[in-house]
Design a protein around this ligand. Structure first.
Ligand code: 6A9
Length: 772
């Protein structure tokens, strides 16, 4: 019987690790649907395509745009790809709800994509698009540029679409029905010139095809293109071009037909304007089509409202920022809002008790994304920073996002770090990165956003969140506990230390930031301890607002912000800073090793292996960088702490953390500074400037500058200089490269990593506004 009980216990634990949390969902059922939230039902919630819309529902009908410049070597554009090499694209204005304006610069072509929504009916209202195509710059060749725009509507496993053809080739409209939209009609209006006249000549094609899923739409269209067509305007300038022909199936695709695609292609000379209207069958009386001059007026009205609201919210004009910098800040915010996605699908999870990954039940996630091209999906700690910004623009929207994330929680209280939901998201991730491990945490940065929302959040909202917040906290507190009381340790570090210069700690979010050289159970991680202090404080504040017991959280908060205990556990005298503790060797390196040769085979490529020159022992980790600053970053250090001075000194020292472009992640005199981890793995958090941490630094310095204390003046000075450097460099990079980036070089300021990466770079708006 004893062993049966044991088995039962193991089975239960395994099931809990990967099954949903039992508390009622933070989002009441239907809360995001067309009845409760019609104003947010439709949106540009497909951040991974250059332009597209869908509804916040599981298998939404989607709409989108593709384009092709009709010249040699030009490619079909659809999903945002870095390899497309566009000079610049992104939302110039976007209000996160009913209006957006985007400019796309693609080698001589400027596409402006705009949408505006109009409320009405019972299915989330109606909307219109305007796509304006112009020559960009004077660089075009002698021949007037010819381009094709492809507008499509596609289903995702439910709903029906019907084409309406004119003259056999022009897809004038698509009518359809779906679960969440009822009857609807999408109309592709005839193109006009800039001045509103009919274009002199254009050519129409259409495609009616079935795709295995939304993730194959580009392939379906690409494989249907044929170059047998001739453009024959009346002026006699004939030329060949490419258009959709018959769809003959995808090579090698045996998958079932899942998505019905109807696509309208119009081919024309620049400049041209094409409008599309979406009309809902449930709108009984329509004040005329939202097109032409009516659309022009609506767009202008929304632009003016956006400008006004932006100034009311952030006050950048009032602060004296010139127009180009204000436009930059508007674009940063707009790309954050225009990067919001609605994803639906199942995560693949794995617990230490499972041999195979298990799929979590279907979930929807409404979230911003770090990068539309490279990471168009949800990341847990990134989202905390995204929502710090969005909570200022639209607290209701932020509340929804936070609730969505909490509803992804497992029975144990774990929230998987990376959310890869649905075929389109999955198509962007190499298989080895898909499975999420149930021992792997991620900083609870969402609590930073929640802290900002607490003041204005309705108690009913907090009450729904609270059981989940409590579980999340408990989960972190127990599964990530450290070797001593009031210490913490990130689980899930790279298991094979000999393969890396320093085994990574993906859970921390600071991936390759140097930690103890030999992962062990004796480690204590300073950043996690500080995150837990913050978590304790936010939990206590939430509990107090709900008149729930808060003393356990307050107790933890006091213990974790006790400066004496902090020093005992984490002050490294030899480093002159706070540090992690663990089984650590300060003398490791990578050596090129040539593998053993096999006779008759080419010699194997040399690879890098780690050599340990000095055996590890329990000690503080000899790295000065972002982790060392955490007690300051999260404002746990008292303003009169004797440790504040050495930290401020390290921050302002050019040989250590100060760079003209922001604080670098790792001190320039650290042995690991800008060192690769393996031959395939360049440095990431080993010197570069990261904006989320710089934002925390500014927020903290601003706080220390406001409180009396011996270092007040110094903090104020550092604050001013750091703020200036950060704004100046991000603006310069954006102006020069067209993008915000994932991180920035500490030696040149250049943007690095993926782009566009609005993610935490958009915090520059709060920095400009001095809103902490
Ligand atoms: C790899 C491969 C095309 C790394 O911004 C998201 C995260 C951050 O949370 C983290 O702090 N980024 C930072 O160190 C990007 C992580 C991407 C991991 C997935 C898949 C490429 O897919």
């Amino acid at each position: 019987a004893g062993s049966l009980v044991l088995l039962w216990g193991r089975w239960r634990a395994a099931a809990r690790a990967v099954s949903p949390h039992p508390a009622e969902p933070a989002l009441p059922p239907g809360a995001t649907g067309p009845d409760s939230a019609p104003h947010r039902f439709w949106g540009s919630y497909r951040p991974h395509v250059y332009f597209g819309m869908k509804t916040r529902s599981p298998r939404s009908v989607v709409t989108g745009l593709m384009w092709l410049q009709q010249r040699d070597g030009a490619e079909l554009r659809h999903t945002c790809e870095q390899s497309d090499g566009l000079q610049r694209y992104g939302w110039v204005m976007h209000d996160g709800q009913s209006f957006g304006l985007q400019d796309i610069h693609d080698r001589g072509l400027l596409l402006r994509t705009e949408f505006v929504k109009r409320p009405g009916g019972r299915h989330g209202g109606e909307w219109s698009w305007r796509v304006t195509a112009r020559q960009d710059g004077g660089a075009a060749g002698s021949q007037a540029a010819l381009i094709s725009l492809f507008f499509y509507v596609a289903t995702d496993g439910q709903g029906t679409l019907r084409p309406h053809l004119e003259d056999g080739t022009r897809l004038a409209a698509v009518s359809g029905t779906s679960e969440e939209l009822g009857d609807f009609k999408v109309t592709f209006l005839r193109p006009s010139t800039d001045s509103g006249d009919d274009v002199p000549y254009c050519s129409y094609h259409y495609l009616d095809a079935w795709s295995p899923g939304l993730h194959r739409l580009t392939d379906v269209v690409r494989s249907s293109l044929s170059s047998r067509f001739v453009f024959t305007p009346p002026d006699g300038s004939r030329r060949r071009f490419v258009a959709v022909d018959k769809f003959r199936g995808l090579p090698g695709a045996e998958e079932a037909a899942h998505s019905h695609l109807l696509l309208h292609q119009v081919t024309l000379r620049l400049p041209a304007v094409v409008e599309v209207t979406f009309e809902s069958g449930s709108v009984r009386e329509r004040r005329g089509a939202l097109a032409g001059p009516v659309l022009t007026a609506e767009l202008a009205r929304h632009q003016a409202a956006f400008e006004r609201r932006f100034e009311e919210t952030f006050g950048l004009e009032h602060k004296g920022f010139p127009a180009p910098q204000r436009r930059f800040a508007q674009a940063a915010l707009s790309n954050m809002l225009g990067g919001m996605g609605h994803f639906h699908g199942r995560s693949l999870l794995r617990s230490p008790l499972h041999h195979h990954p298990v799929s979590f039940p279907e979930r929807s996630l409404f979230t911003a994304v770090p990068s539309r091209s490279f990471f168009p999906r949800g990341f847990l700690w990134d989202e905390g920073f995204h929502q710090l910004l969005l909570a200022r623009w639209d607290p209701e929207l932020s509340r929804e996002v936070v609730a969505h994330w909490l509803d992804l929680m497992t029975a144990e209280g774990w929230i998987p770090r990376e959310q890869i939901l649905g075929d389109e998201a999955l198509a962007k991730v190499p298989p080895e990165f898909v499975v999420q491990h149930s021992d792997t945490a991620n900083p609870p940065a969402l609590l930073l956003a929640l802290q900002r929302l607490l003041g204005s959040a309705p108690p009913s909202y907090l009450r729904r969140l609270f059981p989940r917040l409590r579980s999340w906290y408990e989960w972190l507190n127990t599964t990530q506990s450290g070797p001593l009381p009031y210490t913490f340790r990130w689980r899930g570090r790279d298991p094979d230390p000999e393969r890396f210069l320093n085994p990574k700690t993906l859970a921390s979010g600071l991936d390759d930031y140097p930690r103890a050289s030999h992962p062990s159970e004796d480690e204590r991680h300073l950043d996690l301890r500080c995150w837990m202090a913050l978590a304790s404080r936010v939990l206590a504040e939430a509990a107090e607002r709900l008149e729930e017991p808060s003393e356990p959280y307050r107790h933890m908060e006091r213990a974790l912000s006790d400066n004496e205990l902090l020093e005992r556990l984490h002050w490294a005298h030899e480093l002159g800073a706070f540090a992690d503790f663990g089984n650590h060797s300060g003398a490791v390196g990578l050596r090129r090793e040539v593998g053993r040769a096999t006779p008759g085979r080419p010699p194997p490529a040399p690879r890098l292996v780690r050599v340990v020159h000095e055996p590890p022992r329990p000690r503080f980790v000899s790295a000065l960088g972002y982790v060392s600053l955490f007690p300051l970053l999260l404002r746990l250090l008292r303003p009169d702490s004797p440790r504040l001075e050495p930290l401020l000194a390290a921050m302002s020292d050019e040989r250590r953390l100060w760079s003209p472009f922001g604080l670098r992640s790792l001190s320039r005199d650290s042995p690991m500074y800008m060192q690769r981890n393996t031959e395939h793995d360049p440095p990431y958090w080993r010197g570069s400037v990261w904006i989320n941490i710089n934002y925390l630094a500014l927020r903290a310095l601003h706080g220390y500058a406001e409180q009396p204390g011996p270092h007040r003046e110094r903090a104020a000075k550092l604050y001013r200089e750091l703020r200036h450097n950060l704004i100046h460099n991000l603006y310069r990079q954006y102006a020069e490269s067209g993008y915000l980036w994932e991180h920035y070089s500490d030696s040149t300021g250049r943007g690095q990593g993926s782009h566009p990466f609005t993610g935490w770079s958009a915090l520059v708006v709060l920095v400009m506004a001095e809103d902490y």
